[in-house]
Design a protein around this ligand. Structure first.
Ligand code: THU
Length: 160
């Protein structure tokens, strides 16, 4: 028997001003997308914005449904649109802003497991790390250098 240890390292910023201007602007786009989320059941609004290597910004938000499992998270709404419309463009980075309209959300909110898996597919496909930035509706911003960093030992298509 041997033990295997996997480590993840994140950066945490206290204010958005600590980040480079294009990243600040991507976070703003995610915050704007969040305001347009359709989340009448959870009242938890999430916005995502991703930047392609050609400079195009794609945003998305969570879309809920009366049949709860039919809804979709913000990250997948955005990444699937990017995959559909710009299949050959690498995704450089994604920003996510998430928070409840009922309880203030002041801690960085990382993507759910299903979204990590979906994002991982595109990171593997493009063979280039995708930076992630995530935050609540205010407060600190967390940064991950890649999707793999938040989904270590992922399900790899190489096994299929
Ligand atoms: N949600 C997202 O949009 N992204 C995540 O990574 C986690 C959760 C949405 C799904 C649902 O509409 C609401 O947040 C509450 O779970």
């Amino acid at each position: 028997m041997k033990k295997v240890k996997i480590e993840s390292t994140f950066e945490v910023y206290d204010t958005i001003e600590e980040l480079a201007t294009p990243i600040q602007s991507l976070i703003q786009k995610a915050a704007e997308a969040r305001k347009k989320a359709y989340a009448p059941y959870s009242e938890f609004l999430v916005g995502a914005a991703l930047e392609l290597e050609n400079g195009e910004i794609i945003s998305g938000n969570n879309q809920e449904n009366a049949s709860y499992p039919s809804g979709l998270c913000a990250e997948r709404t955005a990444v699937y649109y990017a995959g559909a419309e710009f299949p050959n463009q690498k995704i450089v980075r994604m920003a996510i802003v998430a928070g409840s309209t009922i309880n203030p959300t002041t801690k960085p909110i990382p993507p759910c497991g299903a979204c990590r898996q979906a994002l991982s597919e595109y990171e593997v496909k493009q063979n280039t790390p995708m930076e992630l930035y995530f935050m609540g509706t205010s407060g600190q911003i967390a940064a991950s250098k890649s999707v793999e960093n938040i989904l270590p030992w992922f399900f790899d298509k190489a096994v299929l």
